[in-house]
Design a protein around this ligand. Structure first.
Ligand code: 5GP
Length: 183
């Protein structure tokens, strides 16, 4: 498998990710079996591959929509504030909304999203993240479905980037520390 020089190691390979996405899809399908109007809201750009794989494995009818937020200026350095860049096209009112995130790090982004969405009176509101870094959490936020808990390293691939690079690697790899600390 091709491994660019900047990747320290592969944390989650394609098969491992696929198996876990299958499990998440089965769990979500069971949990929403009786729910009308399931709406998946993917957080761009990082969730686009996870969202596509997860949505195609669901066995319940659903709609897809997207939102774009920004909490990082450049590279891996947080700017603190969360910015809404693009809102959903559809109304979330009376929908069963499931937010699809690539990764929950400090938790600020998801917390902001859940607060913003709950003000729109959805029928229900939950969150699903492929990855979570529990040791980095700064705010208390509930993630209803988590793919994998990972250590405090910058990861790329399967939708996740570093300065918009590495998004389409088929696996999730840890970036070499010297790449993201020399800015
Ligand atoms: P939070 O608000 O939870 O600190 O940050 C969430 C966002 O930070 C994620 O949606 C993602 O865009 C970015 N992020 C946090 N950790 C990583 C990481 O290890 N790799 C990548 N590519 N993005 C990350």
């Amino acid at each position: 498998m091709i491994r660019p020089n900047s990747i320290e190691k592969i944390l989650l390979d394609e098969q491992t990710i696929a198996r876990r996405v299958d499990e998440l899809a089965a769990q979500i399908s069971a949990d929403y079996a009786d729910a009308d109007h399931l709406m998946l809201v993917g957080v761009l750009k990082g969730s686009f591959i996870f969202m596509a794989d997860l949505a195609r494995r669901l066995r319940v009818a659903h709609h897809v929509d997207f939102i774009a937020l920004s909490s990082y200026n450049r590279g891996t350095v947080s700017t603190g504030a969360v910015r809404l860049i693009m809102d959903t096209r559809a109304s979330l009112t009376d929908r069963h909304v499931l937010v699809i995130e690539d990764i929950v790090d400090t938790g600020y982004t998801l917390k902001y999203l859940l607060q913003t969405f709950s003000a729109r009176n959805p029928a229900s509101l939950r969150a699903c993240a492929l990855l979570s870094k529990p040791e980095r959490r700064e705010v208390d936020v509930k993630v209803d479905y988590v793919g994998f808990e990972i250590p405090d390293v910058w990861v790329v691939g399967y939708g996740l980037d570093y300065n918009d690079r590495f998004r389409t690697l088929p696996y999730i790899g840890a970036l070499k520390r010297e790449v993201y600390t020399k800015q």
